[in-house]
Design a protein around this ligand. Structure first.
Ligand code: PLP
Length: 386
């Protein structure tokens, strides 16, 4: 059976050109960038070229990019790094209630160590209200962290508005842009952010590599201690092959992103429209327009998300009930609950995320298969309309 992969927000297949670009760095060009001889210096040069490319994609300066082991590390570095470097100014952080666990758990960690955190509510579409950010600010606020787009239901947040509020108040502003970099335009100057987290495996690059943008003058302490790599901001021998792969994905994104977003928006809307027409008691989660071009998240009443995912798997279709990290837990998604969905609807959610290689035939196959699965599950379900 041919598999249909519709979980691109969990991870993407590595682009064949990216694999090709990475391969020499495991064999011929394996040097340690800290070594003085030419093998090492060549690797160092390659990393600097990669840094230029990643910086250019988001309108940053090359010296404002620090490579990390992924999005989780970039979020941890930003939040804990700013918190501990600015403790003398204050101990208050503002974030939203729909952040990825990498942000939420970093904030909870800091709360256990005496910091105060405000978790902002969102509206029914999952949008953070910039006025709520303003209202939550105190003279102790040192950091605001709101994600660029949500990984579960795809809503794109008003980052530029929050950015200007943060700038006016002189408060550092971090955004988790793991789901947007390489998919929609991201420019750190237009967004007005001081810190921005990225991850290569969400844009057809390898797993285990990402970056944190740290705007000039941003005070934060290093997260990893050891050698002097990354201008003393992140110790550990650089993941040269991964960084090269990351830069290659960025190059491809620059050429293909706009056309790809158009194509994905078309397919996304076909899938949403088709499922809303074919299944009753179903609703779209997230904002209808302010949403990622590849995200479809629906709540189907009287069925469990996990049952739909497992039945789709039997048909060779990969989808998810929420973020990859929480899809093995039976707790309903904190994101959908924050948007005001009752537990039953949050439990009945299913997410399809489309990508570069998604075809119209694949969308049609989902439209053919899912309504039957829902009918079958509802027939067996103790939950019902009555
Ligand atoms: N932030 C968001 C919004 C994500 O979707 C993810 C991945 O699921 C991460 C952070 C973590 O990134 P990584 O897997 O590179 O650690």
């Amino acid at each position: 059976m041919k598999r249909i992969y519709l979980d691109y927000a969990a991870t993407t297949p590595t682009h064949p050109e990216v694999v090709k670009a990475m391969l020499p760095y495991f064999t011929d060009a394996f040097g340690n960038p800290s070594s003085l001889y030419s093998y090492g210096q060549e690797a160092k040069g390659t990393i600097e070229e990669a840094r230029d490319k990643v910086a250019a994609l988001i309108g940053a300066g090359s010296d404002e990019i620090v490579f990390t082991s992924g999005g989780t590390e970039a979020d941890n570095f930003a939040i804990k790094g700013v918190a501990y470097a600015n403790e003398s100014k204050g101990n208050h952080i503002i974030t939203s209630s729909i952040e990825h666990h990498a942000v939420i758990e970093s904030c909870k960690f800091l709360e256990r160590r005496g910091f105060k955190v405000t978790y902002l509510p969102v509206d029914k579409y999952g949008l953070v209200d910039p006025n709520e950010v303003k209202k939550a600010m105190t003279n102790k606020t040192i950091l605001i962290s709101v994600m660029h787009a949500n990984n579960e239901m795809g809503t794109i947040e008003p980052i530029a508005e929050i950015g200007s509020i943060a700038k006016e108040a002189g408060i550092y502003f971090h955004t988790d842009a793991v789901q947007t970099v390489g998919h929609i335009p991201v420019d750190v100057n237009e967004l007005g952010v001081d810190l921005l987290a990225m991850s290569a495996h969400k844009l057809y690059g390898p797993k285990g590599v990402g970056a944190l943008y740290i705007g000039k003058g941003t005070k934060l302490i290093p997260f990893m201690h050891g050698g002097e790599q990354e201008r003393r901001r992140r110790a550990s021998t650089e993941n040269v092959a991964g960084i090269v792969g990351f830069a290659k994905t960025v190059e491809i994104a620059q050429q293909e992103m706009n056309q790809e977003a158009k194509q994905l928006t078309y397919l996304r809307d076909q899938l949403i429209k088709g499922l809303l027409e074919r299944i009753d008691h179903i609703r779209l989660n997230g904002h209808p327009q302010k949403r990622l071009p590849n995200n479809v998240n629906l709540s189907v009443e009287y069925v469990e998300g996990e049952s739909m995912v497992l039945n789709l798997d039997l048909e060779g279709i990969c989808a998810s009930t929420g973020s990859a990290c929480s899809s093995s837990s039976l707790e309903p998604s904190h994101v959908l609950l924050a948007m005001g969905l009752p537990h039953e609807q949050a439990h009945g959610s299913i997410r399809f995320t489309l990508g570069k290689w998604t075809t119209e035939e694949e969308i049609e196959r989902v439209l053919d298969v899912l309504p039957g699965i829902v009918t079958k599950l509802r027939a067996m379900s103790p939950l019902s309309e009555n």
